[in-house]
Write a protein that binds this ligand. Structure first.
Ligand SMILES: [Zn+2]
Length: 196
């Protein structure tokens, strides 16, 4: 006789490969709020070309650099929404992320930082403002941060394997000091990338 007992549990099985992580940007109206779950910022140079964002491959050969497309540094972190408890990825500009870098410097980690991102002008592509508030990550019991590099590779349709990790990590590298002001490359051609 088969055992037909139902198997109840308080845990939903986590299937990392199918776990949906939305990528959110600061909306024109409204806000993005949440607790940061990642320990640090992750930056990546990107190109906006052919109506999509893709990572810059320099210092290796980068087709889009070669074609003269400007690059822009994007900053990524993972957040848990205050109200919905959704765990998601947040993308912003290097310039807007300055308060996050300071928070990281003061606290040793971004994890547990409460943030609110808005566009005060209410204009499309208007400047992004990020406000931070300190909280104790030990009291929050935040979920473990996701592998942002892996999730972004999935979004960009780039194969991600542990063995190519060194190569992937090279895409996500801190910008040189002279880019710290706004993280954007010279506009070499007449393409105007939207603010994330
Ligand atoms: Zn490039």
């Amino acid at each position: 006789m088969e055992n037909e007992m139902p198997h109840f549990s308080n845990k939903v099985p986590d299937d990392a490969s199918s776990a949906p992580f939305d990528l959110k940007r600061t909306p024109t109206a409204g806000q993005v709020t949440g607790y940061v779950t990642s320990h640090d910022l992750l930056t990546c140079r990107t190109h906006f070309a052919n109506n999509r964002t893709s990572p810059c491959e320099s210092p290796d050969y980068c087709k889009l650099c070669e074609e003269g497309f400007a690059w822009r540094t994007h900053v990524y972190l993972s957040l848990v929404d205050f109200r919905t408890f959704e765990h998601f990825l947040f993308e912003t500009t290097a310039k807007a992320s300055a308060p996050l870098a300071l928070y990281r410097q003061f606290n040793g980690s971004l994890r547990g930082c409460a943030i609110r991102a808005t566009r005060p002008s209410g204009m499309p592509n208007g400047r992004i403002r990020i406000e931070t508030k300190q909280s104790d990550p030990n009291k929050l019991r935040l979920p473990a941060p996701p592998n942002i590099e892996k999730l972004m590779c999935h979004i960009w349709n780039i194969p991600y394997e542990e063995k190519t990790h060194a190569r992937i990590a090279d895409l996500f590298r801190p910008p040189p000091p002279d880019e710290a002001t706004n993280g954007n490359g010279r506009l070499l051609r007449g393409e105007n990338p939207p603010n994330p």
